[in-house]
Design a protein around this ligand. Structure first.
Ligand SMILES: [Zn+2]
Length: 344
């Protein structure tokens, strides 16, 4: 009983906090939109209609129309969080929900709030314009008392029947409006779903170790200077350096139950660079699927073979430097090792 009360209390408190935060965000965006209309509304009706402008009604209308924005945007984010977690637990971290993506998500929320706030304010301004206040849409010239439908100042003919035109910039409203709405909507959807699609595109970028790429994508490319835990291909060739020593590991997948690998070890990494024969070569194997020690000469790395087509390596600390290569990308100096001499 006490527990459920505590949970209910926590949920209520959280609901209230979130509601206040969302309402404050909406109010701030609305304030920014009001400011934008004061400064950039064309024609500048703001001075003429200020006294009878119903800002409170504009605010409540924009709030009413954008009621779905926060639940939808937050729902998408929660879905991506769950998806990211699911991929991570399957040893395939391919969805990134880092800070830049969260900022993008919140930016979309603010954008959608501002769209509805802008529309509500624009409609209220247009409602408040009296026939006497009518100004030329293009140049802002006051058309009071004029019966002609053509602006005497600039010749614009858009005021037939006292029709009010108003927007944030000149000549903008009405032009390609549908196209702009679609582009905005498409852009918002792309930004909201960026954690799912952006890493899969950016990991193909020509520069190494691109940002925002979760390690699940990098396993299929060469990587250098990875973090201490990272995935490699099941047939990768890795060069590991630590203290003065160096090792080259060649992963081989010979059977479904066992992951084989060979280790060539040099006590002095200069010997590796000069092309000298390794001090020793070992054949090793790891059962699949498993998580445990992975002997590399005198060193012990940790390794997981739970993922379907990649192996997770973990170095004891950051003093181990690892380069991993796809079999086709192995640099010349590491591909000339005589593995056939391996003796256990
Ligand atoms: Zn004009």
């Amino acid at each position: 009983m006490g527990d459920s009360v505590a949970i209910l209390g926590a949920v209520s408190a959280e609901t209230i906090l979130i509601s206040v935060a969302v309402a404050a965000t909406h109010l701030t965006i609305f304030g920014v939109c009001v400011l934008a209309h004061r400064l950039f509304g064309r024609p500048s009706y703001w001075v003429d209609v200020r006294s009878r402008l119903k800002l409170l009604s504009a605010w409540s209308e924009s709030a009413r129309r954008s009621w779905w924005v926060w639940p939808v945007v937050q729902g998408v984010w929660l879905f991506l969080l769950v998806l990211s977690d699911a991929f991570r637990r399957a040893w395939y971290p391919m969805v990134d929900t880092g800070l830049p993506f969260l900022i993008g998500n919140l930016a979309v929320m603010c954008l959608l709030f501002s769209v509805f706030a802008h529309r509500a304010i624009r409609d209220r301004v247009m409602d408040a314009v009296r026939p006497d206040d009518l100004r030329c849409r293009r140049c802002g010239y006051r058309l009071r008392g004029l019966t002609v439908q053509r602006c005497p100042e600039c010749g614009y003919e858009g005021h037939v029947g006292g029709h009010v035109e108003y927007g944030l910039r000149r000549q903008r409203e009405g032009h390609h409006r549908t196209a702009r709405q679609w582009i905005t909507a498409l852009g918002a959807v792309l930004v909201l779903l960026a954690p799912a699609w952006f890493p899969s595109i950016i990991h193909r970028a020509p520069w190494s170790a691109p940002p925002f790429v979760p390690p699940g994508w990098v396993a299929h490319a060469s990587l250098s200077h990875p973090s201490s835990e990272f995935p490699i291909r099941r047939d990768a060739v890795c060069v590991i350096r630590h203290d003065r020593g160096a090792a080259v590991i060649k992963m081989e997948e010979k059977s479904r139950r066992m992951q084989h690998y060979r280790v060539a070890f040099w006590f002095d990494e200069k010997d590796l660079r000069s092309g000298a024969a390794p001090a020793f070569i070992r054949n090793e194997e790891i059962a699949k699927p498993s998580y445990g020690d992975m002997p590399v000469g005198p060193w012990t790395l940790t390794c997981s073979t739970h993922a379907e087509d990649m192996i997770w390596l973990q170095c004891p600390d950051s003093t181990y430097r690892v380069e991993a290569y796809a079999p086709d990308d192995v640099p010349e100096e590491y591909s000339s090792i005589q593995w056939e001499e391996a003796q256990d």
